[in-house]
Design a protein around this ligand. Structure first.
Ligand code: GLC
Length: 422
């Protein structure tokens, strides 16, 4: 018996000296597109090795709009099966109360990120999510085709329309039957809000709702921007663009069937990947400007973050996981593999990134000049305001009502929404 006690004491001592073997099971939801999920898995594999925990990815549909709807349901139900949510830059004000405040836990790392991004994830003094990458769109263009016809990279949407038409017509006449001039995100979802926001802002048509709360969308320059886009459908853009999200646009582009594409940086890495038919044949430029008064190039600020659910059973481990994925080393890894724009300032001067993803340091200016959608001002009503906007745009592009009429209706709807308090 004595021997048994001695053995037991020794065993306990050995276990304690080795530290508790931590083997928690965590889960993260993500709707990443392109090769994003694969890269997330690789990062999680490393985390599992270091922590001893297991992390499961719950893969979501790639539409942020669909993700948002699902997350809201889970959070409202107090779902404790999800520890970490991958969140769009615009969601912070709407979901803030359901997420853990990360302010204390990230004191040692927040200063490494761009302050404006940290600010975008701070609601009433609480840091509700830690950024893992930022997003700013580009105009992708086929260098080889523009050179072939002596065309310049367009600086205005009007030039884009003209050049797209010219190159498309000539290519089709010479037997390239499937080519289109321009693809973008025309489906009725958050992606259309991003694209149309750019058309409107770049044409001097304001920001839908201004930072002071004024509803500005019902104006002639905004209507002119939508009329311009309507004229693209079925001429330079395929009729099917009305159902395209990011991945459908990239599909057409990457098979070589578009002269121009509006998309986020992730399409750059994939377009240049092994086996891509357009590898080495394209480049990127800032999106064009409009032509009205106050016209200028405009880009919508995007980006993704990680938030810890208030209902997680392991909030401390979940915070550790979030910090790991958002860390400089893991952001660097992600950038090298996906061309996602880092939120860590120093990575824009990183020699490996400059060599392997030369677009990144060039893209810093575009992202620093990208404009936020009106999510801070519309707060808990952003999703509804945005869906009213994308529906008005989608109707216009589909030929249901004029831009002017649809924007007048939108103004009335937004005014009602504001009246209910946002
Ligand atoms: C990108 C952006 C995100 C935006 C979405 C729209 O994922 O990063 O901010 O809402 O596209 O589809």
């Amino acid at each position: 018996m004595k021997l048994f006690h001695a053995w037991l004491a020794l065993s306990v001592a050995v276990v304690l000296a080795a530290g508790p073997a931590r083997a928690l099971e965590l889960s993260i939801v993500s709707g990443d597109t392109g090769n994003g999920l694969k890269v997330l898995r690789e990062i999680l594999d490393r985390y599992e090795k270091e922590s001893g925990d297991t992390v499961t990815i719950v893969a979501m549909p790639s539409s942020g709009t669909d993700q948002f709807g699902q997350y809201r349901l889970w959070l409202a139900a107090g779902n404790s099966d999800v520890d970490v949510y991958q969140t769009d830059v615009i969601w912070a004000p709407q979901l803030a109360s359901q997420f853990v405040d990360l302010t204390q836990a990230t004191r040692d790392v927040v200063a490494k990120h761009f302050p404006s991004i940290i600010q975008s994830q701070t609601v009433d003094g609480r840091l509700v999510a830690l950024p893992i990458f930022t997003d700013a769109p580009a105009l992708y263009y086929r260098k080889d085709l523009l050179d072939k016809y002596g065309a310049k990279v367009p600086a205005t949407w009007k030039e884009l329309g003209d050049t797209a038409r010219l190159v498309m017509d000539k290519e089709r006449a010479s037997g390239n039957r499937d080519i289109w001039g321009f693809v973008f995100q025309g489906n009725a979802y958050e992606g259309l809000t991003c694209d149309a926001f750019e058309w409107v802002v770049s044409n001097g048509g304001g920001h839908i709702v201004e930072p002071d709360g004024a509803i500005s969308i019902n104006n002639p320059q905004a209507a002119a921007a939508l009329d311009m886009a309507k004229a693209w459908i079925g001429t330079i853009a395929p009729p099917g663009v009305l159902a395209y999200q990011e991945e459908e646009a990239r599909g057409v582009w990457q098979t070589g069937n578009a002269v121009f594409m509006r998309n986020w940086p992730y399409a750059y890495a994939l377009g240049n990947s092994q086996g891509s038919p357009i590898k080495g044949k394209f480049d990127v430029a800032p999106l064009p400007a409009g032509t009205g008064e106050g016209a200028r190039p405009a880009a919508t600020l995007g980006g993704w973050n990680l938030a810890v659910s208030k209902y997680s059973k392991h909030p401390d481990a979940a915070i550790e996981l979030v910090k790991f994925i958002a860390s400089p080393a893991m952001q660097k890894y992600r950038t090298l593999k996906t061309a996602n724009l880092p939120t860590i300032q120093a990575l824009y001067d990183d020699a490996d990134i400059a060599r392997q993803q030369p677009i990144i340091p060039h893209w810093k200016e575009v992202f620093l000049n990208a404009g936020p959608r009106p999510s801070a001002v519309t707060r808990n009503k952003y999703n509804e305001a945005s869906s009213q906007f994308w529906n008005a745009v989608h109707k216009t592009l589909s030929g249901e009502g004029s831009a002017a009429d649809n924007l007048a209706d939108l103004e009335a709807t937004l005014t009602r929404l504001k009246g209910k308090g946002w």
